[in-house]
Ligand binder design. Structure first.
Ligand code: SF4
Ligand code: SF4
Length: 629
């Protein structure tokens, strides 16, 4: 069995090494055919043809056509200039037909200045554009305030300046819908379409060599555990002596990989196009011939990691029914709701919505594009949007009232699902110190406040865009602050850096629930309900506690469970996600996750009990009804 495990480990490492190496395999080259595939999918003469023509011209001018680049770094460094040139070509094309050219501007200036006096008028415009009524109207509409009867210029330079600014303004708006904006999405599409070589030619083979070997190797390493772990009992032996789980060198390497993976995924996706090419065949199962985006890659990796590590959970906690059912639940919600439905719904012209994702975790719920997307998708789209609100405002608090936030954090949520499967080996790394608890409370509720403010601003913006589109003034500015800027900052700081890079990247350093404990605004919202209005509590049979500390050690939320157990006190904490591992690892059956009456007395104020050889002793609080007698 041990040799099967070792072979599994070797296979995993080989698969993982090929996965990393595949980033550097292949070349990048621009050709007209590739540009047509990327931008011009129709036969008709349309926008795509203009974009392809201008990009081809710009690439040819820069000497890029059919030139091969060995790395995506050098290739992508050319893109800023390429897009800029292409956009200039498009703009110039539009200026000739719909704007004011340099020559036309000079003619206007020349005809409007007589012996240093500005005599600009409607007839000057007619002289410059005798036949072109469209341009006549354009110039008159935009510059009539500069006519002699409306404005007297003291110097010709002032007139030239005003006219120059106006012409720039008119020309600046032209052709923008044809521009390729230099952002991470257009870069990703462009670099991916330019990839040539073994990875793009043999995607199926690389899929087997990377995902295939990693999955087979992991399972060969995990499954013998059924035999090797022996009888019932959760085996965490040696966890603090293992370099992979005690922040040792393997843990640091894992952290390095996760950290860079998230940075590349969120901020530099065009550098990982090779990885997305490997999973194109799987994307093709949903839409024939479609290519995978970085988010498809992420969703697939997420599911694969959860399934493989979920199997590890089944092996490790095989004698604990709660853990097995809970793991099945998170796998189901991740695979069906967060991955399959998100891929399938757009096939029916519906928004790609994760139906279990609730506000404020789902922070873009009230963004204008999301609201419009749902409204434009008909009755089902509107129903999905309303469901999102009902889930957040009614279902979440009601369920937390009855079952605590565990129903979501440990049974449904994707972040929680990853933490409970991929993150399980790191749960003991959570910080148990009092200072961490203090930081936790300040931080998580600050994020909740930030999320509420951001939602208020984006809601105002979306309302104006959807209900009040003809309003005067800016639709996006409230109290002098731009809703767009606030949501961009929230998305960057909370959505990308906190939830992704820190939340998951730091598993091997901070433990598996850093995001859920310190940053998730939905956890903060549910935590408030759980703390003050819920039936959920962890009861403790203090008399049985031997103070071994297993419970505190494996509490991923950093709760010092033992201190409650020693006092025989119920654990009613806003941060408890009800994972049940404290109860599972307790050798004395002290802890029990329960839903009972929601009265403060039985839930929070129960008498603190110390057990000694002499039996039970009430030492602190007295039940109200007792003290009244
Ligand atoms: S107290 Fe127990 S159930 Fe709650 S988060 Fe900690 S380990 Fe999980
Ligand atoms: S694991 Fe059980 S016995 Fe050990 S300290 Fe916690 S409650 Fe007490």
């Amino acid at each position: 069995m041990k040799s099967i495990r070792n072979i599994g480990l070797v296979l995993f490492l080989v698969g993982f090494s090929i996965f990393i190496a595949s980033l550097f395999i292949g070349k990048y080259s621009i050709s007209e055919e590739r540009l047509i595939t990327l931008y011009d999918s129709t036969e008709e003469i349309d926008k795509g043809d203009t974009i392809v023509a201008s990009l081809t011209k710009a690439a040819a001018e820069m000497g890029l056509i059919d030139k091969e680049f060995a790395s995506q770094f050098t290739f992508s460094s050319k893109l800023t200039e390429l897009f800029k040139k292409s956009n200039e070509f498009i703009a110039n094309q539009f200026i000739v037909s719909d704007g004011i050219t340099e020559e036309e501007k000079e003619d206007l200036i020349q005809i409007s200045i007589e012996s240093s006096r500005v005599v600009y008028s409607e007839s000057s415009v007619s002289v410059v554009f005798p036949e072109n009524k469209k341009k006549q109207k354009l110039v008159i509409d935009n510059t009539s305030w500069m006519f002699l009867e409306n404005k007297e210029y003291e110097t010709a330079a002032d007139f030239k300046n005003d006219l120059g600014n106006k012409v720039n303004e008119i020309n600046g708006k032209l052709g923008q819908e044809y521009f390729i904006w230099d952002n991470k999405y257009s870069r990703f599409d462009f670099v991916k379409a330019s990839l040539i070589g073994p990875v793009s030619d043999r995607k199926g083979l690389f899929l087997l060599l990377t995902f295939g070997l990693c999955i087979i190797g992991s399972l060969m390493h995990i499954l013998p555990g059924v035999v090797l772990m022996g009888g019932p009992g959760i085996k965490n032996d040696g966890i603090y002596h293992d370099a992979s789980t005690n922040r040792g060198w393997i843990g640091i390497l894992a952290f390095g990989f996760l950290f860079f993976f998230y940075v590349l995924l969120y901020f530099y996706p065009w550098l990982i196009v090779n990885w997305t090419s490997i999973v194109d065949p799987i994307k093709g199962l949903f839409v024939e011939g479609a290519v995978a985006s970085q988010w498809f890659l992420y969703g697939l990796l997420y599911c694969v990691a959860m399934i493989v590590m979920g199997i590890r959970m089944f092996v490790k906690y095989r004698n604990n029914r709660y853990q097995i059912i809970r793991t099945c639940s998170v796998l189901f919600f991740q695979i069906v709701f967060a991955f399959l439905l998100v891929e399938i719904l757009p096939l029916f012209d519906l928004p790609a919505m994760d139906l279990k994702n609730a506000w404020p975790l789902d922070f873009d719920m009230f963004f204008d594009w999301n609201v419009k997307g749902h409204l434009d998708s008909g009755t089902v789209g509107i129903f999905m949007f309303v469901w999102g609100i009902v889930l957040s405002v009614i279902v979440i608090p009601v369920m937390v009232y009855f079952y605590g936030k565990r129903w979501y954090c440990s049974w449904v949520c994707g972040c929680g699902g990853l933490a409970e499967t991929l993150g399980d080996p790191y749960r003991q790394l959570s910080d148990k110190r009092l200072i961490a608890w203090k930081i936790e409370r300040w931080m998580i509720y600050s994020v909740l406040v930030f999320a509420i403010i951001m939602t208020a601003f984006t809601g105002y913006h979306s309302y104006n865009e959807v209900i009040n589109p003809n309003m005067a003034g800016s639709k996006d500015v409230l109290f002098g602050l731009s809703a767009y800027n606030i949501r961009e900052w929230y998305g960057f700081l909370i959505g990308s850096i906190f939830a992704g890079v820190i939340g998951t990247g730091f598993y091997p350093i901070l433990g598996n629930r850093a995001w859920c404990r310190f940053g998730c605004p939905l956890a903060a919202y549910m935590g408030l309900v759980q703390r003050f209005k819920s039936k959920f509590r962890i009861t403790t049979n203090g008399g049985q506690c031997i103070s071994c500390g297993n419970c505190s050690t494996y509490c991923e939320q950093g709760i010092d469970v033992r201190s409650y157990a020693q006092k025989g006190q119920n654990i009613v904490r806003a941060s408890c996600v009800g994972c049940g591992v404290c109860s599972a690892v307790c050798p004395r059956g002290v802890l029990k996750l329960e839903n009972g009456p929601n009265d403060n007395w039985s839930r929070v104020e129960e008498p603190v009990i110390i057990i000694g050889n002499d039996g039970m002793l009430e030492v602190s609080r007295i039940a109200p009804e007792v003290s009244e007698q």
